[in-house]
Design a protein around this ligand. Structure first.
Ligand SMILES: [Zn+2]
Length: 110
């Protein structure tokens, strides 16, 4: 099941976003999107292009479990994507650990 925090916004929609939502929804675990095209991200972030989503991990205690969720997500999305565990302090906008999921910058779409 896939849910979004109330603060998550999709002011526009893209092919990569539709693809990511479709694949994430198909996973058998409960996932919460914490950011899409909203809130503050680093300059030139893929979020502003509709090519990235953030996924909650603080429901998992162990870092190894958080990384394993990232691996499952990456396996579901394929090799045009990357998944990074961003921990507090990764950049000045990162307040809580989350998985940053994005289409690779050099990837063509579709
Ligand atoms: Zn992100």
């Amino acid at each position: 099941m896939l849910t979004c925090l109330e603060s998550v916004r999709f002011p526009f929609f893209t092919g990569p976003l539709a693809y990511m939502l479709d694949r994430l929804e198909a996973l058998p675990e409960e996932l919460v999107i914490t950011s899409a095209i909203d809130s503050e991200h680093v300059r030139n972030s893929a979020h502003y292009l509709g090519r990235a989503l953030d996924i909650r991990v603080h429901d998992l205690n162990a870092r190894a479990e958080q990384l394993a969720r990232g691996d499952r997500i990456l396996a579901a999305l394929g090799d045009k994507f990357e998944v990074t565990l961003e921990e507090p302090g990764a950049n000045r906008f990162t307040t809580g650990a989350h998985l940053h999921v994005q289409l690779l910058p050099a990837a063509s779409w579709p």
